[in-house]
Design a protein around this ligand. Structure first.
Ligand SMILES: Nc1ncnc2c1ncn2[C@@H]1O[C@H](COP(=O)(O)OP(=O)(O)O)[C@@H](O)[C@H]1O
Ligand SMILES: [Mg+2]
Length: 359
């Protein structure tokens, strides 16, 4: 009874650890679990009710490592100890983790933090993506403004010059200047567009978004391209900007259709829209209870190896006549929904995954 009330008290004190995406346990000097946060509960697949008091060492493939770390911590030999090992999981392969064991100010309470090694790598990659996107936005905005201002002057001057010219041949030159200035102008406008446009927020049904994109793509490629829908219709609606999301998915689907050119000609191109709900997931530095995944998968040749790491950068394009803006805009739009786009690609299968948190 006494130990039970101690547990409840501890639960309250450690409640905020449940909000963390990191796996955390608080243990006593012998490794007995006083608290395990929900991230740890999810990762191990073991309900925490059934593990309180059980030694945490039992959860690892090499229990002696944790045991000696705990001894070191209680004997004040070290303040913090780190090592790599594997966490046992119910119904899953053990999970490689980086373990951080740290003393607290309270005697007999030691904090054990577990960082899944693969998750750590993924998280770092995602953080890089987000930082990049922010740096991109800044760069694009500044650059676009720098180009926009003198451009008006160049075009105006060419027009004035043209009025003074009698020779048709020379007028052709001023025409080229005006035409190219207009082309740059529209590029710059497109670069600035996502930052200018006010967002229209409403209830978004992700399948409506997919269906719209599907009909646009099918109108463009009526033959040779099969569009497969694999929908989880239980996905709830969420607040967002429908038009932005249609544009984002359309940009991704368009790229796929371009990549599928040869297969479309051979009549065996396939584009799949697959939606799923995911629970307890972490992306973009945050943990979400519920999120949706929309995969846009094609059976084309894959993203060219030399630009694979940079496809979300502005002006990076692998094809003639490409602007390299499609994926940059798509990423910006999805990030405005607190989401993220990731890409996995190999010859024969390219999968763009859009993640968006659900309420
Ligand atoms: N599904 C895909 N399959 C193969 N390559 C792709 C795919 N999606 C994107 N890419 C590559 O990424 C590049 C960048 O795409 P994007 O930002 O839309 O610019 P753009 O389409 O104007 O080139 C494309 O040019 C293409 O090389
Ligand atoms: Mg594109």
């Amino acid at each position: 009874m006494a130990s039970r009330s101690r547990t409840t008290q501890l639960d309250k004190r450690f409640q905020s650890l449940d909000l963390l995406a990191t796996l955390v346990a608080v243990v006593d000097a012998h490794g007995g679990v006083l608290f395990a946060n929900s991230a740890l509960e999810d990762a191990s697949g073991i309900a925490r009710r059934s593990i309180l008091g059980v030694p945490l060492t039992d959860w690892f493939t090499e229990p002696e490592l944790l045991q000696s770390a705990l001894t070191g911590a209680t004997d004040n030999e070290y303040a913090v100890i780190r090592y790599d090992t594997r966490l046992k999981r119910l119904n899953h392969e053990p999970l490689p983790v980086h373990v951080v064991v740290a003393q607290t100010d309270i005697a007999g309470e030691i904090v054990v933090e577990l960082l899944p090694l693969e998750q750590q790598a993924r998280q770092e990659r995602e953080e890089r993506l987000i930082d990049q996107a922010m740096a991109n936005k800044e760069l694009i905005r500044n650059l676009a403004h720098e180009i926009k201002n003198p451009l008006g002057g160049i075009r105006g001057a060419a027009q004035l010059l043209q009025m003074e010219l009698d020779s048709r041949e020379l007028v052709e030159y001023t025409q080229v200047i005006i035409h190219e200035a207009d082309r740059l102008q529209s590029l710059v406008d497109r670069l600035l567009a996502p930052h200018k446009r006010a967002r229209v927020v409403g209830d978004v049904n992700i399948h409506e978004v997919c269906e719209r994109v599907r009909s646009v793509i099918l109108a463009e490629f009526p033959r040779g391209l099969k569009v497969v829908r694999d929908y989880d219709i239980s996905i709830p609606e969420f607040r967002g900007d429908r038009e932005q999301l249609i544009q984002a998915v359309l940009n991704i689907a368009h790229n796929a259709a371009h990549a599928l050119k040869e297969r479309i000609a051979q009549r065996d191109a396939q584009l799949t829209f697959k939606t799923r709900v995911v629970r307890q997931t972490t992306f973009g530095r945050q943990r979400y209870r519920l999120a949706l995944e929309l995969h846009v998968i094609d059976n084309g040749p894959g993203v060219p190896e030399e630009i694979k790491d940079r496809i979300f950068y502005p002006l990076v394009s692998g094809r003639d006549g490409g602007s390299g803006l499609g994926l940059t805009l798509a990423q910006t739009f999805v990030q405005q929904h607190h989401g993220l786009i990731e890409c996995e690609s190999e010859p024969g299968r390219t999968d763009f995954k859009i993640l968006i948190p659900l309420p």
